[in-house]
Ligand binder design. Structure first.
Ligand code: SF4
Length: 437
């Protein structure tokens, strides 16, 4: 049993073997997010390898990744991630045909909560995955029994940090983010995939403009700007909460559902203050990014000065706009309070902003599902064709699968249906999975 072992210490730079625990401190991952087809870690982290698992910890000693090392682990290139809100995500290679064409990423995030995920199998039903999560508790118990007094200070300090974060504490911390920002982030913009969904959330305005009938993530609040004071308070508390790990962030999500509709001066204030207070200029990761949602009315209503302000920020900015459809009947079916003419005007503005500003990318969403009126896909293709007569690498168009219980037949065909559509679209186009923080 590991609790009875004699401590054997082999120091190789920052690597220690203690019984059958292999500990590596201060590992340096990649400094820039990139799309690769193998497990790549970002920023700085530490890890503990047991015969069965590899546990990787952030700079606060909080568990961030687990992968299995045994034969029962589904795939040696796959892993589990614990998000800052305490949600588990399983990164799947997506099988034989891979997920890149559908999602723009080499890994498919499988979520531990209900979403519009198109996966037919659930890794959270796999025994090896479940026991990997449980193994964190066993590792923690083992570390608590370990006498860290004879260990070198650096490893003792790291183990103390890990010991201060047992599963119950991680669970408590996971719930704190919503308390700090005053709302739960139930959906992240699809563009946050570019930073593996690791964003610092900062709410600049609550609610949204439409309260669409089909939407599962809407908040009960009407649209309302937060005050500068409230934003400052969130920033201060987020900085304290994230602690040392803040150095591994380079991106901010300005929530909630329509950040673009907020007062432009407030948006600029929040982005600049976040950049300074979170010290993103000195992050372990390069290329700071800013993410927000927009809407048909906010993109139409935003004036040139607003985009000039955004362009002047020390971030590359991604704005994701929910257009849903350019077909009147479909918009009616979705109970979305916008018109097809509004969608056309908004799309033209999106194309214009993408051409005008190098550091701003506006992306759009359309729904995708069985049982929508025949005019829906036609209307989307017509809209795109009107603006693009040759391929363009900017202005990604996302399609959000509308999935209801009983749609398993369509779920099985969704990739094929999507590929047929994608071939007709001259800009990058991907499926949008609704993912929480
Ligand atoms: S789709 Fe967007 S605008 Fe419509 S209710 Fe949901 S969050 Fe609000």
């Amino acid at each position: 049993m590991r609790s009875e072992f004699t401590i054997r210490l082999l120091r190789l730079v920052e690597t220690f073997d203690i019984g059958d625990l292999h500990i590596t401190l201060d590992r340096q991952g990649a400094r820039r997010y990139s799309k690769v087809s193998y497990p790549l870690r970002y920023g700085r982290f530490a890890e503990i390898k047991t015969p069965e698992h590899l546990f990787q910890f952030n700079l606060n000693g909080e568990l961030k990744f687990i992968s299995g090392r045994g034969k029962d682990w589904p795939n040696p290139s796959e892993w589990l991630k614990r998000t800052v809100s305490g949600n588990w995500v399983y990164y799947s290679t997506g099988g034989y045909d891979g997920p890149y064409d559908c999602f723009g990423e080499y890994y498919l995030p499988c979520l531990s909560y209900p979403s519009n995920n198109i996966n037919l199998c659930d890794p959270f039903e796999d025994k090896a995955v479940v026991s990997a999560i449980e193994a964190l508790g066993s590792l923690h118990e083992e570390l608590v029994k370990l006498d860290s007094a004879p260990l070198p200070a650096s490893v003792g300090k790291f183990l103390d940090l890990v010991k201060s974060n047992p599963p119950a504490e991680l669970c408590r911390k996971g719930g704190m983010i919503s308390e700090i920002i005053g709302d739960s982030v139930t959906v992240l913009p699809p563009d946050t995939r570019h930073v593996d969904y690791d964003v610092i959330p900062l709410i600049i305005a609550d609610g949204c403009l439409y309260k669409c009938g089909f939407c599962r993530v809407k908040s009960r609040l009407g649209f309302r700007n937060r005050s500068e004071k409230n934003i400052e308070t969130q920033i201060g508390r987020l900085r304290d909460f994230l602690g040392s790990e803040i150095a591994n962030y380079n991106s901010v999500f300005l929530g909630q559902h329509d950040g673009l509709n907020s007062d432009p001066a407030l948006l600029e204030f929040a982005a600049k203050r976040a950049f300074e207070a979170f010290d993103l200029g000195n992050s372990n990761l390069q290329d700071p990014s800013l993410f927000l949602f927009g809407s048909v009315d906010s993109i139409i209503g935003a004036c040139r000065e607003t985009f000039d302000r955004i362009d002047g920020l020390p971030f590359r900015t991604y704005i994701n706009v929910g257009l849903e459809s350019a077909d009147r009947e479909t918009l009616g079916r979705l109970r979305k309070g916008i018109t097809a003419e509004g969608v056309e005007t908004a799309f033209a503005k999106i194309v214009d902003i993408n051409r005008r500003y190098e550091r701003i990318e506006v992306t759009s969403n359309f729904v995708f599902g069985p049982g929508l009126p025949g005019g829906h896909i036609e209307s989307v293709l017509r809209l795109i064709e009107k603006h693009f007569d040759h391929p363009c690498p900017k202005g990604t168009v996302y399609f959000s699968p509308l999935l209801d219980a009983g749609d398993s037949g369509w779920k099985r065909n969704i990739k094929r249906e999507f590929y047929k559509l994608k071939m007709k679209i001259p800009v990058p186009s991907f499926l949008y999975l609704i993912q929480r923080l």
